[in-house]
Design a binder for this molecule. Structure first.
Ligand code: ADP
Ligand code: NI
Length: 219
């Protein structure tokens, strides 16, 4: 199989698997992450097949939609990639991306363990999709999906020090900006993503200012 054929086959597999997914973690999220990953990869020395497959498969079975089971995604990806008879080192690197991309796993490991270049790129692409206009849309969609309040001035944002407390949070969606989204621009791995993150970050700050103004009735 050529690289294009491999990516095409993966695309149809992922599309099918994500039918009915929550709007912020659906096929179009995957497609945006794929596109951003390709843009970022242009400036890096990296295997594009690994990056492409990692982006396409990164949310194939997100643990938060599978009772917290973190082994399903890597397992599904391993089975699929093995069925395509890809070289073992490529499979290993792609599965490594799926296992280590998640924000919650970075809470207890603030950037100290070494990452492959491909993981750095797909992680940046995934984080870019969590900020800016798209990031705002996704946050409120997820909040609605979980039936969370939009905002409650009496519930203050907290700093989650453990993966467990982050996962258990039932806080209003506005809190998620302070608990995660506004911190993402400083967590980007690559220079390209750092630059792209700036405008998206500012857009969220403007949004919040407008939001509070409207909340108080002053704007
Ligand atoms: P990851 O899947 O990388 O571990 P998250 O679980 O934090 O990251 O979620 C990915 C996206 O889902 C977030 O960027 C956001 O859009 C949405 N999301 C997750 N948790 C919340 C939350 N508590 N409130 C609002 N949106 C959330
Ligand atoms: Ni994702």
């Amino acid at each position: 199989m050529t690289r294009t054929e491999i990516l095409k086959a993966t695309e149809s597999f992922v599309k099918k698997s994500l039918l009915g997914a929550e709007g912020g973690h659906d096929w179009f999220h995957t497609l945006r992450v794929y596109r951003s990953a390709m843009v970022i990869a242009e400036g890096e020395k990296v295997d594009l097949l690994t990056v492409g497959l990692g982006a396409l498969l990164h949310d194939i079975a997100d643990a938060k939609f599978h009772d917290g089971d973190e082994s399903i995604g890597p397992q599904i990806a391993t089975n699929f990639l093995t069925s395509l008879q890809l070289p073992q080192p490529v499979i290993d690197d792609v599965v490594d991306i799926i296992e280590n991309i998640s924000y919650k796993n970075s809470i207890e490991d603030p950037g100290n363990s070494p990452k492959t270049k491909a993981l750095e790129i797909v992680q940046d692409a995934d984080r870019l999709d969590a900020i800016g206009a798209i990031g705002i849309s996704r946050a409120f969609n997820y909040g609605g999906f979980r039936n969370r309040p939009i905002y409650d001035p009496d519930i203050k944002p907290v700093t989650h020090l453990s993966k467990d407390s982050y996962k258990k949070s039932t806080a209003p969606t506005i809190n998620h900006f302070y608990e995660k989204l506004l911190g993402l621009k400083d967590k980007m791995n690559t220079e390209t993503a750092k630059k792209l993150a700036e405008e998206r970050h500012q857009y969220m700050l403007d949004f919040l200012e407008q939001f509070y103004g409207e909340w108080e009735g002053t704007r």
